[in-house]
Design a protein around this ligand. Structure first.
Ligand SMILES: [Fe+2]
Ligand SMILES: [Fe+2]
Length: 202
């Protein structure tokens, strides 16, 4: 069972619970098969990644299932949905609505599944572009998302090793890999990623 609950979590006995199966079924109704499989591959990585860094795997397992739940929407649907929900939409979000998918996934988790666990929601929120104030747990989802076995990007083998050893070093490499990926497609980096890069500079 995966836990639900607020930042000040109640004792386990009275904590609301939500089963992994029910979230998986919910997700399967919102994304295509490939996206579902990706999310399950990220989920599989989480216990090992969390254990390597002494982090709590439970909120991250739920976050892994939730993080891409908005990816079933088209660009136009993401924009429309963000506007309807009153989310802040930046110029860069209008150019690349995919940048909204973490924020939309948070809203879907809150509204449709009544999930309000701060650790779960912040990992989902920040997995898209990162944030200079990311927690260890947020970084582990960000990395898990990138290193899942079916991803094919340059230097991923290096990143896969580093992710279990040096989180901030892995985050710096992940940002560099993303930078090159985006540049090759004529896309600019989210300013939040640049701020994160700054924050990670030793
Ligand atoms: Fe994503
Ligand atoms: Fe993902």
């Amino acid at each position: 069972m995966l836990r639900r609950g607020g930042a000040g979590r109640p004792p386990f006995a009275v904590m609301k619970e939500i089963s992994q199966d029910s979230v998986r079924t919910w997700l399967a109704a919102r994304v295509d098969e490939e996206r579902l499989r990706h999310s399950l591959r990220v989920l599989e990585l989480i216990p090992g990644l969390a254990a390597a860094h002494g982090a709590d795997a439970e909120p991250l397992k739920l976050a892994a299932l939730l993080h891409d739940s908005a990816r079933g929407m088209s660009d136009a649907e993401m924009l429309k949905s963000a506007e309807r929900l009153g989310l802040p939409v930046r110029d860069i979000d209008r150019r690349f609505p995919i940048l909204l998918h973490g924020r939309l996934a948070v809203e879907m988790a809150r509204r449709e599944l009544e999930i309000d666990d701060a650790a779960v929601l912040s990992a989902v929120l920040y997995h898209t572009a990162g944030h200079p104030l990311m927690s260890l747990s947020d970084k582990l989802l960000f990395l898990g998302d990138m290193i899942e076995p079916e991803r094919a990007l340059p230097r991923l083998d290096e990143l896969r090793l580093l992710a279990y050893d040096d989180v901030n070093g892995a985050m710096r490499l992940a940002i560099e890999i993303n930078r090159r990926y985006l540049a090759a497609r004529g896309r600019v980096m989210d300013p939040l990623t640049l701020e994160l890069k700054q924050a990670l500079t030793p």
